[in-house]
Write a protein that binds this ligand. Sequence first.
Ligand SMILES: [Fe+2]
Ligand SMILES: [Fe+2]
Length: 413
Amino acid sequence: MKYHILFVDDEPQVLQGLRRMLHSQSREWELHFTPGGKEALELMATTPMDVVVSDMRMPGMDGVQLLNEVKERFPKAARVALSGHMDERMIMGSTKVVHQYLSKPCSPETLISVLRRLLALRRYLAEEAIACLSSSLEHIPSLPKLYVAIQEELQSPRCSLKKIGEIISTDVGMSAKILQLVNSSFFGMYSKVTSPAQAVNLLGTETVKALVLHVQVFSQYDPKKCPHFSLARLSRHSLMTATLAKRICITENAPQDMQDDAFLAGILHDVGKLIFAVNCPDLYDEMLEMVMSENMSLPAVEQEVMGANHAQLGAYVLGLWGMSDPVLEAIAFHHRPRLSIVNQFLPMTALHAANALVVGIQPEGPVGRVEGPDLEYLDACGLGGQIVAWEEKARELFGMVDTETKPAEKMRK
Ligand SMILES: [Fe+2]
Ligand SMILES: [Fe+2]
């Protein structure tokens, strides 16, 4: 079955160029071209598209309006903005509707690799078993209001770090938990952080936003009915993985947005386990017990019994929250990055390696047999030689971690 990809642009020569550029893909992709939003929507009413790639500046219906309509009427289609220049208003308006931005001119390699990534992720998450499973679950974590408020503030032109700090301070319980986390050993602060505004200043808005999610997700449920599942252990594992994934990105000189995505993905990568434990405690408990006693792989057993593993389920649920593609991709493929079919350094690469390394270091880590980093995949990305340096970073970060004493306190001694 071929994928259907629609390109929308008012400049005929751009469409012509795209047609030529992507000709080599015609065995896998059915390409469609329309000169405007109106024609695009008419075509989509009869031919379902897997991806819509739209210019942003077009007469009549502009790219933001078109992609908004596509989101409403054809939510399954992935939405890509391909644009020469976007003004601030356009960027603001498009963040909620665009899965991926590309700037013109765009090389065939970049365009093909971006489209392949989008399609691989969607194919992986579109398996019917996950949709059936998630619609049968009663308790799905919700996106915290505070997170939404911060997100909205970040999009306001008058946004300031002080204001973000104030928004967090309005939720006293959340503030206390965030400060507890920030002052814990994971962040190795030299002096005590006393206010959310200070935390935002020191760690950056994206990291604090990810911590808001961490606190919310890990305090929303307490799966007591699943005794082999430890919420505290998972929370600790998630924080360690997130911290290391971000550090790996820094080591690889990855840009800030990749560092932030890797941290956020690390915080949430195993949320699927929590969803299983809360929704089917008895069955999941039996699975955990079996995995532990027989030293089996948990994702494999989940797949067998539930029809999907925690990585797929987590990414699927976070997709409903509107998380960005790189974050979803990292979570969906954190155990099997090869399935993503992309061989380049991504937040997914950092998360995969961080998860495997943390499992090796964390004595009371996740249950069952856990594979080490996929060296063949890392070699294919040209990163096979880096694993030693990354492991070193992990030891540097966590070598001194114990449950009683924080590094900051150790340093004072
Ligand atoms: Fe996992
Ligand atoms: Fe994990």
